[in-house]
Structure formats: structure tokens, C-alpha cells
Design a protein around this ligand. Structure first.
Ligand code: FE2
Ligand code: FE2
Length: 210
């Protein structure tokens, strides 16, 4: 399964990287957390590159798919608001609803076999020029990393209530790793520290409008 395989300009790189590990025709599924161009913008090419992959995206967005130049509607499956289980080999992946974080039809994906939660834009970070790292592994590093996440979370996430609803779902799962679509991947103590930090965001999105 490919998760949020991104937009037009990186799709060839995605294809080459995937091909190092698995034959493209053996890719069974593509999961999209939401409809943004940096997530789903290359869908028309993805369907050609991975001819046997079924596409999963919130049912709110399936009617917009043709606007990406895609005609293979039969390969697209809408995920209901309450989430779903996606069977992949012996694993049952869990779609965890994350609506309004930021998109109104938004899902995260939990792999219980390895304990990884793919969190889409939740946990996204914007690095300053010249800085980049792949992992945040401890609380000390997380402390510094918060500064790169704060502006995005306050402006893009729609409402504190939506955030708390997602947090209570995720905390029950006790993920070992949280992997957002941008920024860095949380492991070790940084996983719990990151979830705790989300609780401390008193106001996000609409909360800040008035
Ligand atoms: Fe997004
Ligand atoms: Fe994004």
C-alpha cells in the first residue's frame, strides 16, 4: 500500500523508490488521507504506474476525483465518515477518522502489525531554510521541533473539538510511531510527547477567529 504518494512533481521518484522494494503491479492499494494536491495530485499517473492498486479516499472526495483527469472510477473506493478496516494480506489496517484536521473529509491510517500511525497533515512541520531531519526521537528534540509545527497546526486544523476527538481515538491505539505527511517522524518518547503537545494547543482554526 502506498500512503499519500504526493503530487505531480515527485511521482516519478515515488515510482522509482517503490520499484526498489516491490513490483509496481503488486501494489494493491493507495490510501489518501485527504484531497490536497500535495497528497493526491498525481492520481492519474499513479493509476497507470500501479495498475492493480485500489484507491481509498474519504467518500467526501470521490466525486472530485474526475477533476484530476481520472476516468477509472471503478478502482476508487470511498471511505465512510466513521472509518473502515482495509484488509491487506494478513493485516487489517485501521482507518482512523480525523475530520477537519485539516480537511473536512480526512482520515489517518493505523498499521497494528508494526504500530505505525500515518497521520497525514497532523504533525506536519515546516523547517527553516537549510534545516531538515527525518526523526524526532526524544523529548528534548521534540521541544525544539514544536516551534516548526505550531503555526501550521494553529492555522490549518479547523477546531479544538476535532483535535480532541482524534486524540482520544489515537491514544487508545498506543502507536509506537507517528508518521506525518510532512516534517519528521515521531518515535520513542516523542510519540507520547507529541500527543501531549496537541492537547496543549488550546485554540486552533475557528477557535482563533473570534
Ligand atoms: Fe493537506
Ligand atoms: Fe500536506
Amino acid at each position: 500500500m502506498l500512503v499519500d504518494p504526493r503530487g505531480y512533481y515527485v511521482v516519478e521518484r515515488v515510482y522509482e523508490s517503490v520499484s526498489e522494494f516491490v513490483k509496481p503491479r503488486n501494489v494493491e492499494a493507495v490510501f489518501y488521507s485527504h484531497q490536497d494536491p500535495d497528497v493526491a495530485g498525481s492520481l492519474n499517473i499513479i493509476l497507470d504506474f500501479f495498475p492493480n492498486a485500489k484507491v481509498y479516499i474519504s467518500s467526501l472526495w470521490t466525486r472530485f476525483i474526475p477533476h484530476l483527469g481520472v476516468t477509472a472510477g471503478l478502482r476508487v473506493e470511498g471511505i465512510p465518515d466513521e472509518g473502515a478496516a482495509i484488509e491487506l494480506g494478513a493485516a487489517s489496517l485501521q482507518v482512523v477518522p480525523a475530520h477537519f484536521l485539516h480537511s473536512p473529509g480526512n482520515h489517518t491510517l493505523y498499521d497494528p502489525v508494526v504500530g505505525v500511525l500515518f497521520s497525514g497533515d497532523i504533525g506536519a512541520a515546516v523547517f527553516p531554510e537549510g534545516e531538515w531531519y527525518l526523526f524526532v526521537e526524544d523529548l528534548e528534540h521534540l521541544e525544539k521541533h514544536k516551534a516548526y509545527m505550531e503555526a501550521f497546526h494553529k492555522r490549518y486544523l479547523a477546531h479544538k473539538k476535532a483535535l480532541e476527538a482524534w486524540l482520544s481515538r489515537v491514544e487508545r491505539l498506543e502507536p509506537k510511531v507517528i508518521a506525518p505527511q510532512h516534517g519528521a517522524i515521531f518515535t520513542g518518547d516523542a510519540v507520547g510527547g507529541f500527543l501531549k503537545w496537541l492537547h496543549t494547543l488550546e485554540k486552533v482554526g475557528v477557535d482563533l477567529l473570534y
